[in-house]
Design a protein around this ligand. Structure first.
Ligand code: BGC
Length: 801
C-alpha cells in the first residue's frame, strides 16, 4: 500500500459506521456531506456535458455553452476533445465543482435516440478516443469526469425500467468499449450507473458488470455514482458495487437502512469501507481532502469565447457544395428559416446550461459580411410546439423598473419569504434555488408590446396556476404529457391565451403557482408570441425575399424540445413545414445554402436540389459566429460525420421497448454503418467536404495494433484540414473503422500522418485509407498476426453470462 493510500485508510478508520454510510448518499441534489474531523470538504457535483451548469438552474448563473458532444466527435480530434474537457474542468473549478457528470458515451444505436446530441458517435472506436480525450482534459484541471450512463442507456423511452437484451460479444465490442477505454486508458475517476436493466438486472444492482467487470477486470479505483434516483435498493445495490447514491432526497434506500443492514450482518462493513475509501480517493484527487496536495489552480482562460467558436467550426460538416460556398463578401443574403430566428444552440434535458449570451446566425453573418451587408431575415415557418420566452426588452420588473420580472416566494400562510429580480420569465428548480418553506411563487412582469395586434401568451408548468394577462385571469391545472421527470421539466404542458393590445401601453402579466410540497423539482413560466401573419403568408414572404437575393441561407433544424432527455424522437423528419420551405426557396434561388441546426440526423428530401448543405449541429453559444465563419470561408468546415445519415426512416432501429419491457439489441454489432444498406445512406460515416482538394498518395502499415503512415497532398489553393480515416476489412467481415488522424496542410503541401490503429484488430486484414467509409482511396494488406480479425479474450477476461 502506498503512503497515500495508507493515509486515506487512517482517515477512514476515524469514522463511525453511521458517519461512513452518511457519506455515501448526497446531502442535497448536487452536494455530498463533509466530514470535518477527517478534513473532508463537501464535494460538489454538476451536470455536463454541454458545459458546467453548477448547482442552480438560473439565468443569472452563467456557464460557457459548448458545442454539443456529437459536434465534438465530428472533429475526429482527441486533442480538440482534450481542450474541450480542459475548458470544462476550468469552468468547474471557477464554479467550485469537483465532479462533472460527463462525458456521455452511450452509442448512436438509433438516430431516434433522444440524447443522440449528447452522445458522440455510432462507432465504439471514435467514441472511445473522443471520450478519452475529454476525460483527460477535464481531469487535467483537477476535476473528476464521470463517464455515463453505464451501460445500455442508448435510448430514452421507458429508460427507468427497460431491459436491454445485449449479447456478450456486442456488449464488449460496442457498448462497454468507451467505458473500458476511459477507465483503463484515460483513468476516469467516476462512472455513473444507468437507470435501465441489462439482461434482466437493473444496472445499479448489476454486480457482474460493476464489481466483476468495471472494478475487477478493468481495475477501476474510482466512484460508481447512481444516475439521479436510479439506486432503488439497500443490499443488492450495496453488494453490486454502487458507491454513491444520488441525489440526497428526504427518503433514501441507503442511509439508516444501510447502517441497519451492516449491523444485522447483511452487508459486510468492509464493503462500506471500500466505498468510503473510493470517495476519499476521489476527494484527494480533486483537492477536497485537507492536508493532502490538491491539483494546481486552473481558471477559465480569457479567450474562452474564441475557443468555443473554433471548436464549433472544427466540428461543422460541409455535406454538399456546388461551389456556392464560401460566400463572397458582397453577397446580398436572404436569411431564412425558423432556426435563424429561434436558434438552437443546445439540446434539452439535464445537459442544459444557461449561457451569458448566444450568438445567432444573423449576428454572426452581419459581423462576417461587414457593416454594409444587406441581410433580410424571415422565419418562414414556425415548427415549435410551444411559445418562446418573452423578449427581455418588453418586460419590466414592476418593483424596480429594470428589464425582467419579479419572483415572490410565499409560505403556506401567504407570508413573503423572498422577493427577487429575474431576467427571464421561466423559473426552474432542481434541488436548489427556492426556500424550502415556499408553497406559492408569483412571477410577475409589466409587459409593453412593441406593436399593435393580437399577442399570444402562455402559462407553462405542471400543477395549479392562476394566469393573469391584463385584466383577464384564468385558473388552471396543467398535467404532464409523459412520465419522465426530466421530460416534464423540459417540456411542461402549456396553456395559451391571446390579447389584442396596442403598442406602447404596459399590461400586467402574472403567473401564480401554488403547490403542496417543497419546491425541489419545479419548472414554470410565461411564453409569448408577437402578432403574426398566417404561416402560408410567412412562407410566401420568405420565398419572395429569397427570389432576388444573391444567396438564400436557410437555417432549419430541431430544438431542445425535439432533442432532449426522457423521451426519444418519433420521426427523423424536420418538424413542421421546414421541408416545404427549403424546397420552395430552392425553386426560386439556385444559390440556396441550407444550414442544418440539429444534433441528430434528420431527413433531407431536398438534399440534391440545393447548392450547399452545412451541418452546424447544436453549436453552443458562439454558434452564429462559427456558422458565419464557415459560410464565408474565414474558417474551414473541419468536421466529418461521426454517424451515418440515412435516406429514410423506414427500417431504422426502434428505441421503443416491447410490451414486456425488453429492448432487444437483436441487430448485435450491426449498428450505424454496419447496419445500413448502401442505398439507404444519404451521407456516409466519415463524410465531410472542405474548401480544398486532397490527393491520397500512399499508405503503409507497421502491423496489427501498430500504426499506419498515410501521405496526403493538398492539391487545392487553400490551406485545409483533412481527417484521414483508416478502415479494416477481411473476407468474413465488412468494413470497420481502424484509426484516424488529422492532417493540416498548406496549398500544395504533402503531409504524412501517423494513424494509431485499433489494437483490438489483430489481422490479417486489408487496411483502407480514405475520406469516408464510402470514399476509400488506398489500401494495403496487414499480414502479420494469425489470430483472426475478431479479438481474443484478454487474460482474466470472463464471459459476461
Ligand atoms: C440524467 C443524468 C444527469 C442526472 C443529473 C439524469 O436524469 O440521466 O445524465 O447527470 O439526471 O441531472
Amino acid at each position: 500500500m502506498t503512503d497515500h493510500e495508507a493515509e486515506l485508510r487512517r482517515r477512514l478508520e476515524r469514522l463511525s459506521l453511521k458517519e461512513k454510510v452518511g457519506l455515501l448518499t448526497g446531502a442535497g441534489f448536487w452536494t455530498l456531506r463533509p466530514a470535518e474531523k477527517i478534513g473532508l470538504a463537501p464535494l460538489v457535483l454538476s451536470d455536463g456535458p454541454s458545459g458546467v451548469r453548477g448547482t442552480t438552474w438560473d439565468e443569472r448563473d452563467h456557464s460557457l455553452l459548448f458545442p454539443c458532444p456529437t459536434a465534438l466527435a465530428a472533429t475526429w480530434d482527441p486533442d480538440a476533445a482534450f481542450e474541450a474537457g480542459r475548458l470544462n474542468g476550468a469552468q468547474a473549478r471557477d464554479k467550485g465543482v469537483h465532479v462533472q457528470l460527463a462525458p456521455t458515451v452511450n452509442l448512436h444505436r438509433t438516430p431516434l435516440g433522444g440524447r443522440h446530441f449528447e452522445n458522440y458517435s455510432e462507432d465504439p472506436l471514435l467514441t472511445s478516443r473522443i471520450a478519452a480525450g475529454f476525460v483527460r482534459g477535464v481531469q487535467s484541471a483537477g476535476v473528476a469526469a464521470t463517464v455515463k450512463h453505464f451501460v445500455g442507456n442508448d435510448s430514452e423511452t421507458a429508460r427507468m425500467s427497460y431491459d436491454a437484451l445485449i449479447d456478450d460479444r456486442t456488449l464488449r465490442e460496442l457498448y462497454l468499449r468507451p467505458f473500458e477505454e476511459t477507465v483503463r486508458h484515460a483513468g476516469a475517476w467516476a462512472v455513473m450507473a444507468a437507470y435501465n436493466q441489462v439482461n434482466g438486472v437493473t444496472m445499479t444492482e448489476h454486480r457482474e458488470l460493476i464489481t466483476g467487470l468495471l472494478k475487477g477486470e478493468w481495475g477501476f479505483d474510482g466512484v460508481v455514482v447512481s444516475d439521479w434516483t436510479a439506486l432503488r435498493s439497500t443490499v443488492p445495490a450495496a453488494e453490486a458495487g454502487m458507491d454513491l447514491e444520488m441525489p440526497g432526497l428526504p427518503t433514501s434506500p441507503w442511509r439508516d437502512n444501510l447502517v441497519r443492514a451492516v449491523r444485522e450482518g447483511e452487508v459486510a462493513e468492509e464493503l462500506i469501507d471500500d466505498k468510503v475509501l473510493r470517495l476519499l480517493r476521489l476527494a484527494a484527487r480533486v483537492g477536497a481532502l485537507d492536508g493532502l496536495p490538491g491539483p494546481p489552480p486552473v481558471t477559465t482562460p480569457p479567450d474562452a469565447r474564441r475557443r468555443l467558436r473554433d471548436l464549433a467550426s472544427l466540428g461543422m460538416v460541409l455535406l454538399r457544395n456546388d461551389g456556392t460556398l464560401p460566400l463572397r463578401a458582397d453577397t446580398r443574403v436572404a436569411l431564412i428559416g425558423p432556426n435563424a430566428v429561434r436558434f438552437a444552440a443546445q439540446g434539452g434535458g439535464s445537459a442544459h446550461v444557461e449561457p451569458a449570451h448566444v450568438v445567432t446566425p444573423a449576428e454572426g453573418l452581419r459581423r462576417a459580411l461587414g457593416g454594409d451587408a444587406q441581410i433580410t431575415v424571415h422565419a418562414g415557418v414556425h415548427p415549435h410546439g410551444r411559445l418562446a420566452p418573452p423578449p427581455l426588452a418588453l418586460m419590466t420588473d414592476p418593483e424596480t423598473g429594470e428589464p425582467g420580472a419579479r419572483a415572490d416566494y410565499l409560505d403556506a400562510d401567504g407570508g413573503l419569504l423572498l422577493s427577487e429580480h429575474r431576467r427571464a420569465a421561466t423559473l426552474r428548480f432542481l434541488g436548489e434555488g427556492a426556500p424550502m418553506a415556499t408553497r406559492q411563487i408569483v412571477l410577475r412582469t409589466r409587459f409593453t408590446p412593441d406593436r399593435d395586434g393580437v399577442h399570444s401568451f402562455a402559462a407553462t408548468g405542471i400543477g395549479d396556476f392562476e394566469f393573469r394577462v391584463g385584466t383577464d385571469v384564468t385558473s388552471l391545472t396543467l398535467v404532464p404529457e409523459g412520465e419522465d421527470a426530466v421530460e416534464s421539466l423540459m417540456k411542461p404542458p402549456e396553456h395559451r391565451v391571446t390579447a389584442e393590445l396596442p403598442a406602447g401601453t404596459p399590461v400586467p402579466v402574472e403567473l401564480r403557482h401554488t403547490f403542496a410540497y417543497p419546491p425541489l423539482v419545479l419548472t414554470f413560466g410565461i411564453g409569448y408570441r408577437e402578432p403574426h401573419l398566417s404561416e402560408d403568408a410567412e412562407l410566401a414572404a420568405a420565398v419572395e425575399a429569397a427570389r432576388f437575393a444573391g444567396a438564400a441561407i436557410v437555417v432549419v433544424g430541431t430544438n431542445d424540445e425535439v432533442e432532449s432527455e426522457g423521451y426519444d424522437r418519433t420521426t427523423l423528419a424536420l418538424p413542421g413545414r421546414q421541408d416545404e420551405l427549403v424546397a420552395a426557396v430552392a425553386a426560386v434561388n439556385p444559390r440556396t445554402v441550407v444550414v442544418v441546426n440539429a444534433g441528430a440526423p434528420v431527413l433531407m428530401p431536398w438534399r440534391n436540389e440545393v447548392a450547399a448543405i452545412l451541418w452546424s449541429w447544436l453549436p453552443g453559444q458562439e454558434g452564429g459566429d462559427a456558422i458565419a465563419g464557415v459560410l464565408t470561408g474565414l474558417a474551414e468546415p473541419g468536421g466529418r460525420l461521426p454517424t451515418t445519415f440515412p435516406v429514410t426512416e423506414t427500417g431504422v432501429l426502434s428505441p421503443v421497448p416491447g410490451p414486456d419491457g425488453t429492448l432487444e439489441y437483436a441487430e448485435g454489432t450491426a449498428i450505424g454503418y454496419r447496419y445500413y444498406a448502401p442505398e439507404d445512406v444519404a451521407y456516409p460515416f466519415g463524410h465531410g467536404l472542405g474548401y480544398t482538394t486532397w490527393e491520397y498518395e500512399s499508405v503503409t502499415a507497421s502491423g496489427p495494433g501498430g500504426t499506419a503512415e498515410v501521405t496526403v497532398r493538398n492539391t487545392g489553393d487553400r490551406a485545409g484540414r483533412e481527417v484521414v480515416q483508416c478502415y479494416a476489412s477481411a473476407p468474413s467481415l465488412p468494413l470497420r473503422l481502424a484509426g484516424f488522424a488529422v492532417a493540416d496542410a498548406a496549398p500544395g503541401e504533402t503531409v504524412t500522418v501517423t494513424v494509431p490503429l485499433d489494437e483490438r484488430l489483430t489481422g490479417p486484414y486489408r487496411l483502407h485509407a480514405g475520406r469516408s467509409i464510402a470514399d476509400l482511396r488506398l489500401a494495403t494488406e496487414i499480414r502479420q498476426g494469425t489470430r483472426g480479425l475478431l479479438r481474443r479474450r484478454a487474460p482474466g477476461e470472463r464471459s459476461l453470462r
